[in-house]
Design a protein around this ligand. Structure first.
Ligand code: UN1
Length: 498
């Protein structure tokens, strides 16, 4: 039976005032409806924000370690329900079950990290320039956070945002991607069960145009956190900028893996296969460029073609399947169009380049693992984010050229180099313009306790994950405490007696 989902506002499951709904279907089998969701309006957003604003007043007074304990319980419930959540996620997003287990695990890790962080959430203490005076900082919540999440990590990314926002003492209104609304709703259900007070966590389903825009424009939303395309990110920055809201943006990538001639080629092969075709290439961190040294170019291309053509494509619920569908037909058309562009640009297509419609796969949105070689710096397939299983291979001769090719894009999220030369590895870590560099590892695989984010058009300078995310969700307050009993003037009464 198809599950009917609702919005969660003020501790209650409610329909949209519009009474309209939308469906969510399985990208591996378009006949299967995963759930029915409320198609909400600006009015629903307004209700949610009003309630969240009231709930904030008491939530902000709950001691941080106590907030952390509730989030720790949320982690415990996710551990118990991990398999069920992973299965649901595969049904609505398409990626293979091993990966959705990982996605849920990333949520669990984030919850446990927050549980611990609740006992720190450090400020600083520092000396004053005046005697009998101390100075320190504390972190204060901002208010109501508007969290707009993407479809490619339906559990991990909502957790990356919701959990630190809550630990910091904010209340939240979540607008999950309408392609994957079920998993985020389960997270809200779990947070409720874990003991988050009424009104502190709210979810409103619907389109970006209606629900997303209403969240953006609401004057009582103090901070917006968004993961998605650079195009939408720029629009969010524009609106929030005018309203002087804090905004954290995690946007596109055109990540590359460099393979030097001295690399362990078998290891580099495993890395690029996982980086390029894991999650069907639908990660912000996916490897969409392979920068290959000329001395190993032909050999490595043969190796990767050999392996990539054997990737088992199918429904991600089958344990042996290695690559699931892409999210929907529109996205598959975008990918296919890039393949057309690549051919027109005279890059050489050596694998894939078509829909995959064998057997049961004809019912879903499958695409073949695709490889272009002889791609030149500056081609569109080398510059633009494709968000699908398409790898562009570029040849280089000297290390400095590889770095130049790597850096010559408008994005800068993740990057990787395979080499056995320690000096080159460290030089690459220094020279690559990206938020993340992996040495002898693929471009994917970020862990929840480290900063995550990128440079250039990948974002606006913020980092999620680790301690860094608390910079997004807290205001810093500086406290000067003068216990001298007299007026002491900073910058004036500061001379030292001889
Ligand atoms: C994303 O693609 O938006 O490092 C997030 C990784 C994952 C997170 C990716 N842990 O690939």
């Amino acid at each position: 039976m198809t599950e009917v989902y609702k919005n969660f506002i003020g501790g209650k499951w409610v329909e949209s005032e519009s009474k309209r709904t939308f469906e969510n279907r399985n990208p591996a089998n378009w006949d299967e409806i995963v759930g029915i969701f409320p198609k909400s309006t600006a009015k629903d957003v307004e209700n949610a924000v009003d309630i969240a604003k009231k709930a904030f007043e008491s939530w902000k007074r709950v001691p941080v370690p106590k907030r952390g304990e509730i989030l720790g319980r949320c982690g415990d419930i996710m551990v118990e329900r991990k398999e069920e959540l992973a299965k649901l996620e595969t049904r609505e997003m398409g990626k293979v079950i091993k990966e959705t287990r990982g996605d849920v695990q990333e949520g669990i890790d984030t919850a446990y990290y927050a549980f611990g962080e609740g006992r720190r959430l450090f400020g600083i203490t520092t000396p004053s320039e005046l005697p009998d005076k101390i100075c320190y900082t504390v972190r204060k919540p901002i208010g109501v956070a508007g969290l707009i999440t993407p479809w490619n990590f339906p559990m991990a990314i909502p957790c990356w945002k919701v959990i630190p926002a809550l630990l910091s003492g904010n209340s939240v209104v979540i607008k999950p991607a309408s392609a994957t609304p079920a998993t985020a709703t389960k997270l809200v259900e779990i947070l409720n069960e874990a003991g988050i007070p009424e009104g502190v966590v709210n979810i409103v389903h619907g389109t970006g145009r209606e629900v997303g825009e209403a969240l953006l424009a609401h004057p009582d939303i103090g901070v917006i956190s968004f993961t998605g395309s650079s195009e939408v990110g720029s629009r969010i920055a524009e609106v929030s900028g005018k309203m002087l809201k804090r905004v954290s943006l995690e946007l596109g990538g055109k990540n590359a893996q460099i393979v030097m001639q001295d690399a362990d080629l078998d290891l580099a092969l495993e890395g690029v296969l996982w980086g390029a075709f894991g999650t069907t290439g639908q990660r912000c961190t996916a490897t969409s460029r392979l920068i290959l040294n000329e001395k190993i170019y032909d050999k490595f291309i043969e190796m990767i073609k050999e392996r990539a053509k054997k990737i088992k494509i199918g429904n991600g619920l089958e344990e042996t399947v290695e690559m699931g569908p892409v999210i929907n037909s529109g996205q598959r058309d975008v990918i296919h169009n890039y393949v057309k562009i690549g051919k027109e640009e005279r890059a050489k297509l050596v694998l894939g380049g078509n829909f995959y419609e064998e057997g049961e796969c004809a019912k879903g949105w499958f695409y073949e693992p695709t490889i272009f070689i002889d791609v030149k710096s500056g081609m569109r397939i080398e510059q633009e984010e494709i968000f699908g299983p398409v790898l562009s291979v570029i040849k280089f001769s000297e290390f400095d050229d590889a770095i130049k090719i790597m850096n010559d894009t408008n994005y800068g999220l993740s990057s990787s180099i395979y080499t056995r030369d320690v000096n080159l590895a460290l030089k690459a870590a220094e020279e690559i313009e990206a938020g993340i560099t992996y040495i002898n590892g693929p471009t994917i695989g970020a862990e929840c306790h480290l900063p995550f984010g990128g440079v250039k058009n990948t974002g606006n300078g913020h980092r999620e994950g680790g301690l860094a995310v608390y910079e997004i969700f807290t205001e810093i307050k500086t406290i000067y405490f003068d216990y001298s009993g007299k007026l002491q003037k900073a910058q004036i009464d500061t001379s030292v007696e001889k």
